[in-house]
Design a protein around this ligand. Structure first.
Ligand code: HSE
Length: 429
């Protein structure tokens, strides 16, 4: 049986899950690829912290990453440190030294993925990054290998577990955003600084990577229009239920004849849509292709063992390539010129919640403003909990975003409208 030595950079949650799988499933893994995978070295910044964790006797803990990057016996470097600067330096060095690389580093792949893949190709080695997007859901290789014969037209996904956990709790238990965020933090789902998750940046980076592969256009984080969930109110969630919707933070990428549209925003989705039933910290992605029609991939988007599972699968793929002398084959990216569609032109149905004066003729004034902007109303709900004010929730038919921006201006100038409380997009069936 062949034998391959790997070196791991970092020993956080994902690294520990990766080691656990490599150790517990060693026999199965080696039989499947006819190769023993040995964890030769692990680089830890603070080895004392991990002294209690079981590691194989022949695994050496090192405090200098160069011990791995320069080791001629190590053929796969597994980067699980996170961060972009030092991780990038190490990956570049590993590739230049003729080592294959596995990484779970989403931020780095979103920033420099194509450059690093090119560097890998030039050095005839592999760079794999399945674990960088959606943790345990095998989506990257699925898009460029299993669905390689499709023209992919649309990706819609729940790509962030923290926000899905928060929105699910708010929906099912009626708790406020602030209260639920605190709970998510105490349970370890949300970070102490939750900005990247709750403001949609994490989902946007994932969407940029998946869209680059799916649509063959280099897509950066900056190309994605992002809106987070911090403004979502339980009042909207309650109205949404009455209209037959669930709220989710979605990453949506579409290719139309006019170009690509790339968005992350909270949206109401019909309860009948498969994504509506994705609860808690689970992730899912819905892919449309001209061969497969629709396919949905569902699972754990983060966590030690699920993300470790993707890392291990990449190590196994590379081991097979090493055995067959076929590392450094074509990278999954090739790029064409494609324009990005102006966000103002994207059409959607909208939910609008207004606080208005509670008197005769107010609804007529509101609907007149909508009609003036050629916006058709699908449904309206009203609450009169206060003698002075009424709350109106409106669902519009599909219209360009620019029409909605115009009508919001008109509402803000209408004396009977006290406040435009919320505007939320609605995804079609
Ligand atoms: N923080 C992410 C999430 C996981 O909540 O889904 C890592 O991308």
């Amino acid at each position: 049986m062949n034998s391959i030595k790997i070196g791991i950079l970092g020993f956080g949650t994902v690294s520990q899950g990766t080691c656990e799988l490599l150790i517990d499933n060693a026999e199965l893994i080696s039989k499947r690829i006819n190769t023993n995978i040995t964890i030769a070295k692990i680089f830890m910044r603070n080895p004392k912290k991990y002294e209690h964790i079981r590691l194989p006797d022949d695994t050496k803990v090192v405090s200098d990453a160069q011990d791995i990057l320069q080791d001629p016996e190590i053929s796969i470097v597994v980067e699980l440190m996170g961060g972009t600067d030092f991780a990038r330096e190490c990956i570049e060095k590993a590739l230049e030294n003729g080592k294959n690389v596995v990484t779970a580093n989403k931020d780095l792949m979103a920033e420099a993925g194509p450059y690093l893949l090119d560097l890998a190709e030039r050095n005839h080695v592999d760079l794999r990054f399945e674990a960088s997007v959606l943790g345990g859901i095998p989506i990257i290789r699925t898009l460029y290998e299993s669905l390689g014969g499709n023209k992919i037209t649309e990706l819609v996904g729940i790509m962030n577990g923290t926000t899905n956990f928060i929105l699910t709790k708010m929906t099912e238990e009626g708790t406020s955003y602030t209260e639920t965020l605190k709970e998510a933090q105490s349970l370890g789902y949300a970070e102490a600084d939750p900005t990247a998750d709750v403001e949609g940046y994490d989902a946007a980076r994932k969407l940029a990577i998946l869209s680059s592969i799916s649509f063959n256009r280099r897509i950066f984080f900056e190309d994605v229009e992002v809106e987070g969930i911090s403004h979502i109110d339980t009042a909207d969630i309650e109205f949404g239920k009455e209209f037959g919707y669930n709220i989710k933070l979605l990453g949506i990428a579409k290719e139309t004849k006019k170009g690509l549209s790339l968005n992350v925003y909270p949206a109401f989705i019909p309860l009948t849509h498969p994504l509506a039933s994705v609860r808690g910290s689970y992730n899912a992605i819905y892919v449309k292709g001209n061969g497969i029609d629709d396919a949905m991939f569902y699972g754990r988007g983060a966590g030690s063992l699920p993300t470790g599972s993707s890392v291990v699968s990449d190590i196994m793929e590379i081991a097979k390539n090493i055995n067959f002398n076929s590392t450094g084959r074509l990278a999954p990216f090739y790029f064409e010129k494609k324009s990005i569609y102006a966000p103002g032109k994207i059409s959607s149905s909208y939910y609008i919640r207004l606080v208005v004066e509670n008197k005769t003729g107010v609804l007529a004034k509101v609907t007149t403003k909508l009609a003036e902007q050629r916006i058709s109303v699908l449904s309206v709900l009203q609450r009169n909990d206060d003698p002075e004010k009424a709350v109106i929730a409106i669902v519009t038919s599909s219209c360009p975003r620019s029409y909605i921006l115009n009508v919001l201006d008109a509402f803000n100038n209408l004396r009977v409208v006290k406040k435009v409380s919320s505007v939320i997009r609605i995804m079609g069936e």
